[in-house]
Design a protein around this ligand. Sequence first.
Ligand code: SAH
Ligand code: SF4
Ligand code: F3S
Length: 469
Amino acid sequence: MKERNEAALVPQEEKDRQQGFMDEVASLGGGKYEIVTYGCQMNVRDSQTLAGLLEGMGYRPAARREEADLILFNTCCVRDNAERRVFGNVGHLQAQKKANPRLVVGVCGCMMQQEGVPEKLLKSSPFVDLVFGTGNLYKLPELLLSVLKERRRRVLVDQNPMAPIAEGLPASRHGGVQAFVNIMFGCDNFCSYCIVPYVRGRERSRAPEQILAEAEDLARQGVQEITLLGQNVNSYRWSDGTDFPTLLKRLDGVVPRLRFMTSHPKDLSDELIETMASGRSICKQLHLPVQSGSNAILQSMNRRYTAERYLELVRKLRAAMPDIGLSTDIIVGFPGETDDDFEATMELNRLVRFDSAYTFLYSKRQGTKAAAMENQVPEETMKERIYRLIAQQEAITQEKLRSMIGHELEVLVEGPSTRDENAYMGRTDAGITVNIEAQGLRPGDFALVSIASAGMNTLRGTVKCVRSR
Ligand code: SAH
Ligand code: SF4
Ligand code: F3S
């Protein structure tokens, strides 16, 4: 029987139809494109699909924005600053569009799934040609063809929370050592502050065979590290009985390194911990968003765990994997957060000592439960709190990084360092970024690095020996 959260597929006839549109767009001569991506890894992965589709239609990446014949904004709306940036940056294109009326401007992604937002955007930016949502990605060929041929504006947003998934779409990943693979889409958790379930729909898992085939294909292309993606990977499920730990076991060893994100603490099972600890290729790294250290706030957030349960999970994880890299997300200033609630978050952070923490000011999202809550925390209070939390985390991160000086760590080389032309950049199994002083390393090399110093968030060292592909 089909599981409730199994993804339905876009039928083959529809994919063939889109292929026909692709061929037709390609016959128009193509051009240069730029995709501007906001938000999380889901959007990064979606942008690779968009790039793959565009490249299949004869488009090539533009070296500079001014050269582009097509610019796509893949948007995020998880916090309001993300939204403001999108409106600002789209607005900036008005001049370029005037200079080049043939320029196609498109906006897609999570923001376009919000009620009323496409309308608002089309009004404020009349030069936008193309708007589509997260469930319509695969229809880009059809939409683009009518924009190019009929020179008319196309808007297509599907509010279906169970929107079907198109398997087998091309993805442009431009080589690289690391790749993202979706294992599921959407979210059913409805944390009271969060807009994601509204813009990404219900939880839908991909078939294990499809995931395995994609991973094997990436391995053949030389990818060394795969990060499995889902808003809550722990609730992955397929009707043949495959759950997340089973899926991990099936993928273990396909590439040398396997990571995943994000895990919801309420669904982190002992079996997953055992699978991580015993896996050959599963990195000892976990992003486990805690959001708050106060039980009252956690309950109001609808997170369905307590601070005590979270601490117990951390204890189990470290007992099974002493060197595990742990990171988290924390929201400061959720409605009703008192000084005591915030102190509980500080205390939890002191107890856990995360390797890193992403801290966010609470941002009111229209349509979520928390938006209607009383006791919204004043901005000033939120800021005072977050500065204290950031300072505390910086001190912890520093102590942890410094404790690694003198150690030897294995680093997967990703490429040249962006800041220093005499160095390479890579990451350890636990997810720490390491800059390596060396010459002649190649992306994909595993280097044993002797750590010499620590920066704010990174380590630096010299190569002891290298294991090449
Ligand atoms: N599915 C993932 C990530 C979702 S968004 C998870 O559950 O962990 C990433 C982070 O953004 C969240 O973990 C949360 O800390 C933050 N976030 C989400 N909505 C927010 C809001 N309204 N205001 C501030 N931060 C928010
Ligand atoms: Fe948002 Fe919560 Fe779902 Fe994460 S688990 S995407 S925070 S609703
Ligand atoms: Fe943003 Fe959508 Fe991701 S709202 S955080 S891009 S799922």
